[in-house]
Design a protein around this ligand. Structure first.
Ligand SMILES: C[S@@+](CC[C@H](N)C(=O)[O-])C[C@H]1O[C@@H](n2cnc3c(N)ncnc32)[C@H](O)[C@@H]1O
Length: 361
């Protein structure tokens, strides 16, 4: 099929939504990976997992607020905005935007394919759109190339009182400590290259959004944050109250990490889990596993430990992670796995207690 000049396209299904997208097979790298950045109009099938979770997040928000007005300002072929319009009950108005005219042609075609009403299409700069409409949206989904930093102010200003901001960041290397200077420039925070660098990266991203939101007397509480594949994804629930903003900012802090010994001094995800469990998504099992892990670690302290890193440092073999967690809990400490790493665990036990358990293994 040919669409908009010489661009070959194909039809795909995601959730209950049909989409015409650039032909996937034509944009493979030599290693065989699909490279969406090579296409003139962006669609990445690997992000289906992330988008399924977003559908459930929006549904959970709609159950609470009803009659949602949403904005997908960096839409590509329109997959996020159109999936919300089609698959979420209680969404009344969706604004889908991309500054690329070719992307907008795909969006219009996909609206037709799904026979969707209540979807407005725009072709302009995302910041201009968000500033002009401020404050109008219950949910804004920022899904840019790389960093969302340059869109955060406009998104905060455009959110309604109890709205939610969801964002994706694919500049995970700077956030996780590989290019510290880029992280300082973009997010005003110095990352740490440690075994829990990705966790700190997610925290830096959240902290940056909270500080930006403070200017608009908007207090952001993280509902869900996860690091998956090449991206970080964060859902932040807003409240417009100066006092609440002060409380959020008072909770920001620093991590101090000892390189010698390794010492380092969410709304409930439940509604999303319930919604996701009722849907028949292809990747449903993996999606539920992620959310359950996030829920388990939500109440734990920042900065998780890694079994391999600790056993290498102590020169002993690791206990089984389940046994370790069981022993820590038995002693009254918080202990859980973490979704950031299969060999990671989170605990508030002092290092001395962790060492004792490792040495007895
Ligand atoms: C990563 S892609 C979006 C992917 C899409 N949300 C999805 O799930 O497939 C980013 C999109 O933002 C658009 N874009 C980049 N900068 C923009 C800007 N300043 N204003 C509006 N659109 C922009 C690009 O044309 C591209 O389609």
């Amino acid at each position: 099929m040919i669409f908009g000049g010489n661009l070959s396209t194909q039809l795909v299904n995601e959730g209950q939504t049909k989409l015409e997208v650039p032909e996937l097979e034509r944009f493979r790298t030599r290693a065989g990976d699909y490279a969406p950045s090579l296409t003139r109009v962006f669609y990445n099938p690997h992000m289906e997992f992330c988008r399924d979770l977003s559908v459930s997040a929006v549904q959970a928000l709609a159950r609470e607020l009803g009659d949602l007005c949403l904005c997908d300002p960096l839409a590509g072929v329109g997959v996020r905005g159109l999936r919300y319009a089609k698959e979420v009950k209680g969404v009344t108005r969706v604004i889908v935007n991309d500054r690329s005219l070719e992307a907008v042609k795909f969006i219009r075609r996909n609206i037709e394919l799904n026979e969707l009403g209540g979807v407005e299409v725009h072709n302009e700069d995302a910041n201009t759109l968000l500033w002009r409409r401020a404050p109008r949206f219950h949910f804004v989904d920022l899904d840019p190339f790389g960093s969302p930093a340059s869109f955060i102010d406009a998104a905060c200003a455009s959110l309604l009182r109890r709205g939610m901001l969801a964002l994706t960041a694919t500049d995970t290397a700077p956030l996780s400590g590989t290019h510290a200077k880029a992280c300082i420039r973009r997010y005003g925070a110095k990352p740490l290259k440690t075994e829990y660098g990705r966790e700190l990266g997610v925290r830096i991203l959240i902290g940056f959004c909270q500080r930006a939101a403070g200017k608009y007397e908007l207090a952001f509480t993280p509902v869900l944050a996860h690091a998956t594949r090449h991206y970080f994804r964060v859902y932040l629930r807003g409240r417009r109250r100066a006092g609440a903003t002060n409380d959020v900012l008072a909770n920001q802090g620093y991590v101090s990490h000892c390189r010698a010994c390794g010492h380092r001094s969410l709304i409930s995800v439940g509604r999303m889990i319930n919604d996701l469990a009722r849907r028949n998504f292809r990747l449903g099992q993996q999606e539920l596993t992620l959310l359950n892990l996030c829920r388990e670690e939500t109440d734990g302290p920042p900065a998780f430990y890694d079994m391999h890193e600790l056993s290498g440092r102590m020169k002993v073999s690791s206990p089984k992670i389940v046994e370790l967690i069981g022993k820590l809990r038995k002693q009254g400490y918080f202990a859980s796995r973490t979704h950031f790493s299969g060999t990671g665990f989170r605990t508030d036990a002092p290092m001395g207690e962790i060492i004792k358990i490792f040495k007895c293994a």
